[in-house]
Design a protein. Structure first.
Length: 294
């Protein structure tokens, strides 16, 4: 009972501080600032992706459902700088094994498991208008219990963000690169895990942002991820999607919330196994930054 009381008290404080922020800024202002991933707005992001798969190793119709939770809690520094940490917790429902009756093909077995944890951290310079940038380190922790979809390796590398914004547009990119440096210690008797441990992980993820702000806190937007696997064979390196979506900032009770939906189509995908289409839904719940804001 005491735990429930603490939880209710914490939620009440969040709602109260959210009311203060909502009173200070219009929905249009919050919508424009939230389009910049370096903005000093605290928000809790929930995302759902439904991705269909294609490729030579895909047996029949296969898809992956991914839920992501990302608390974005930047800390303002002097001179317009900000410190950021953007952990991404994933929960995945998808194929977990290979049908050994048909070697090399993804089977129909599915599980729902937590995925690997991604953690970019760094420092950036933030501007409402003009250029913003950030740089730091990014890590992947092999927390996934899905044999097939988990990386089964600890990974680290550099990360960088570069954006340009004015009243109407936000354009930019968030680049992350990882090298694997240690395996997760799981038993190599499972051939899938053994193969994952032996992989030379060396891959890049580049998410690009194109946001057009519209009247009444509406947006047209695109934010897909371009991926490049440097250690893969020639026809399995690049994933290149395009996207189109919409966003709307509104209030649910006293809380400002950005709702987004986006359709993504992969133009170039690995021959072995890759994404075909993705439908994305996202909600960002904005809370007050107790350390200040721009």
């Amino acid at each position: 009972m005491r735990t429930w009381k603490k939880t209710i008290t914490l939620l009440s404080l969040c709602l109260c501080t959210t009311q203060v922020q909502a009173g200070e800024k219009s929905m249009e202002e919050l919508s424009q600032e939230l389009a910049n991933p370096l903005a000093q707005i605290w928000n809790l992001s929930f995302q759902y992706n439904r991705t269909t798969l294609k490729g030579d190793a895909v047996n029949g119709t296969q898809s992956v459902d991914t839920a992501l939770f990302q608390p974005v809690l930047p800390v303002p520094l002097e001179g317009g700088y900000t410190a950021f940490a953007r952990p991404v917790v994933t929960y995945i429902k998808g194929p977990t094994s290979i049908e050994y009756a048909n070697p090399g093909f993804i089977g129909a077995n599915e599980t729902s498991q937590f995925g690997d944890l991604i953690l970019p951290i760094g420092v950036g310079k933030v501007n409402k208008v003009g250029w913003s940038w950030g740089a730091g380190l990014t890590f992947i922790f092999p927390t996934s219990n899905n044999d097939l979809l988990g990386s089964h390796q600890y990974q680290a590398g550099p990360t960088a963000l570069l954006l340009w914004a004015n009243k109407d547009w936000t354009l930019g990119t968030h680049i992350q690169h990882w090298w694997g440096f240690a395996n997760d210690g799981k038993d190599d008797s499972n051939p899938i895990i053994k193969a994952a441990h032996e992989r030379n992980l060396n891959h890049t993820d580049m998410q690009y942002f194109i946001v057009r702000n519209l009247p009444n806190a509406w947006q047209l937007r695109a934010s897909p991820h371009i991926k490049y696997d440097w250690s893969a064979t020639k026809d399995n390196k690049l994933t290149l999607p395009v996207a189109l979506g919409i966003g709307k900032m509104l209030k649910i009770g006293p809380m400002p919330v950005m709702l987004m939906a986006e359709f993504q189509k992969t133009l170039i995908a690995p021959d072995n196994i890759g994404s075909d289409t993705t439908i994305m839904f996202q909600a960002n719940f904005i809370i007050k930054n107790p350390f200040g804001e721009l």
